[in-house]
Design a protein around this ligand. Sequence first.
Ligand code: F6P
Length: 748
Amino acid sequence: MRLSLRFVLPLALALALVAWAVQPLVDRLTLRWFTRDLDIRAALVANTASEPLADLVQANAQQRMLAYFNRLTVDERLYAIGFCDVESGRLTATRTFPREIDCKSLAQGGAVPHVIDASRGALHVSSANVEADAKPLGRLVLVHDLSFAQRRSDETKRYVFLFLIALGGIVSLITVIVAQLSWRGWVQGTRAILRGEGLLRPSERIITPELRPIERDLRALVRDLESEFRPRDASQIPWSSETLRAILRGELGGEEILVVSNREPYMHVRRGSDIEVQQPASGLVTALEPVMRACSGTWIAHGSGSADRDVVDERDRVGVPPDRPIYRIRRVWLTPEEEAGYYYGFSNEGLWPLCHIAHVRPVFRPGDWKQYVAVNEKFARAVVQEARRRDPIVLVQDYHLALAPKMIRDALPDATVITFWHIPWPNPEAFGILPWHKEVLEGLLGSSILGFHTRFHVNNFVDTVDRYIEARVDRESLTVTLGGRECAVKRYPISVDWPPASAAGLPDARACRERVRARYQIGRETLMGLGVDRMDYTKGILERFHAVERLFEMEPRWIGRFTFVQIGAPTRSSIGEYQHFDAEVRALAQRINERFARGKWQPIALRIEHVEPPEVYEHFRAADVCFVSSLHDGMNLVAKEFVAAREDDRGVLVLSQFTGAARELPEALVVNPYDMDQCAAALHLALTMPDEEVRERMRTMRRLVSGFNVYRWAGRMLLDAAAMRRRGRVAPVTPAAVVPMRRGKITA
Ligand code: F6P
């Protein structure tokens, strides 16, 4: 009721206003219409009267003319009539003839006023010449009563007003009813949703049995359309572990996935008589572990921990995460020769420097290649053993397993193999120096989908294929077809989980700051920089230290007021290049420390050891600046982890332009790690940046990483795989298969 009044009253007022505003318009219009009517009527009367009038004038019968005029004015509209004689200027007229009309001037051809406002109301005047034998006799003047026009106009106004009021009433009534009904519908709908029923329930009740088949078809159509459009709307999906699970359930029929990588997500390591579990420092593990927690399934990897064999079952499997197993690791055992040739040799002395432009010469030994082929076969066999169906979804990871995709597809032709290359892909010339470049390319093209972090690496790969092997390359759809198998080459920028599991249970930034500072004996007034990497020459750790040294040279005010903490996880330590690099890093840190140390304060705190992810996150929260200075990196997840850790919106990221991450995080201070002065200036800028700017930059980066998280990375690949599988179920129709139908014959 209140709603109705609130609506009806303003509407009534508005309509009254409209009615008032249209009055002069109605007056003007009715006057114009009636004047036009009277013009026509007067012309008619004049035409009819002119002949008898000419006779009467010529007969000089003035009395008869007057009687004639009186007869004519019996008509209630014709108010007066008169005749002005040309020769005498005499007026013969009815009594009512208005005095305002001057007969003499009329007789001499003067004009009459069209409308006269007389005391009894408005009068309409018109005149016409009266002639006999083309000789002018005089002017006939007809005066019509116009007051009826005023009366009609008043009547019209009354009707218009009443009409508007009625219209307003009806409109407001309908609106109120519709509003009430839709409000009730919404309330009922919301209640239904809250009860967990959904909005379609009420309509289900009103659908008659005859309409049920149509309803079923419509629902199927909607479902089809949804699933058809869902992949294209990937950017609209809020990505989380639940979304990923839903995709597996909805798009892939609840299938488990198989991941294959060299590195395992958990290593069991012997510490005296105890067995410890470690999470290796690896971008691949950082990204895929949350995905496996979400999807469950089997992760096939090299069992490289010293106690790995002690914890597996008879089929070399162990459930992880150790505290609450969700998925399993299937461990693949390698002999020392295999590990030396496949992992250290071909993968990390050959492919790694080949793909990273870090100016370390790649080494290719035929013996390493032999082991690489054999170990890839071993992993492919493990996939076949673990597959529970003939068409599993297999996620092959990285450069260690470039041959496995083809081997898996040869053994399981219906498998969907998604391969992700976690490191950069070089240009064709650089890749061409690999003696087995053809085999590696053919191995990778066994994948259904091949992913890289950046468009640049996608293009490099497609160019390399185009250059070296006989395959059909479609640059429009970025697909490569080799031996009848199509491989889609796509960009999927990798990311971290959101919210990060490693940060769960961590204290806030202030507490982390205090703990980390206490650990390295960093004073309250001293700002802290941070680097977290594997001890790899591609990470630009030496360049980073040089930049810190340059900062002290350029801005001596930071001496004693800035400490750089570097965590370096030992890696690939049997390779000479890595041993050499390790020694160089230690020596440089020592030299800089000796040069600038003051009392207890040291410029660089170097910690070369394995640090578990929660402690790394504690460091991220404690740092004022995080410096990622890779000389070349596919993505670099340390940059994204730092952003994910900073719930307090604080901390500045200094980021190498040669990382994939720099393309996604332009709010970082993006630097060329080879340019020492630029890096030192960026550090200075980061340390002096106004708080509001620090927060603004961090907030923007957090928005990006939270949306473009690792569930999106995996989800997009799985959605593409699902679409590919759907397409694969529909047999392609080749022109030869289309046989023309014979007229009149029904074909099955
Ligand atoms: O992120 C690149 C990467 O090569 C991963 O693929 C790999 O797991 C990680 O670095 C660590 O290397 P490794 O497994 O040799 O310790």
